[in-house]
Design a protein around this ligand. Sequence first.
Ligand code: ADP
Length: 272
Amino acid sequence: MSDDSTTPWAVRVHDLTYHYPDGRAALRGVDLNVAEGECVALVGPNGAGKSTFLLHLNGILPERGRSVTDHHHGIDFGHKTKLHAAIWINGIEVSPANAREVRRRVGLLFQDPDDQLFAATVLEDVAFGPLNLGFSKIDAKRIALESLARVELGDAADRMPHHLSFGERKRACLAGILACSPSILALDEPTANLDPRGRRGFITLMRDLPGTKLIATHDLEMVLELCERTIVLDRGRAVAQGDSRTILGDSALMDQYGLEVPLSLTMRTKIS
Ligand code: ADP
């Protein structure tokens, strides 16, 4: 990643601080940029602020002084904001006024698919996004079917989301996101709780997706496969960043933040 003024930034975040309503500081002055087309990992121990950070990218957080129910995701955050920051998505500053435009650009995959799926059938769920963007019913259905085929769920269109396996629900969520053609994917623990085949399939899917990707994860082997750059978050701060192999191979750094050097890197060190 170059760092000059000509870099086209997909995501720019300056001094992002966020306290949950109970006063807990989840983010403390995060500065972070992601260039267009980059695939960047966000790693760090539980509670580091990874999910909170991703929720800011499409304007779900901060909630601005009122209890909000996100009807698409069925989540009542009810958070009040304490914001001293600016976030730009493709150069657009995130604000309540342009929340719609920002959400079109940033596709956020929730950690738990059950926070994301809400409709009676998989097809309705995936078509919700395009319908909301103004596509006709026919076009929304076509786009939804194409997106389902892309995640190999073409034959699940008429099924009820809660009848799908965990891995299928996760892919249905991804289809819902892809149906809106976002330029940035923010993926929260995309491989967590998947069996080995499901994990491998999801990694292949992510690798083949175009656009900018920001992946919060504990799956460091996946990071080595997909992400050229890694940012370490700890207690709400970005404490280290760099080339993924360098960061994840730094045993002192990994140890300091409660992480472990991925096995594939230790084995390479031992052999050479
Ligand atoms: P991570 O994704 O890295 O595990 P989170 O963003 O979930 O971290 O959490 C960051 C901090 O914010 C943690 O201290 C966590 O306890 C706190 N937190 C997360 N969600 C809430 C919430 N809804 N209310 C209060 N505190 C929260």
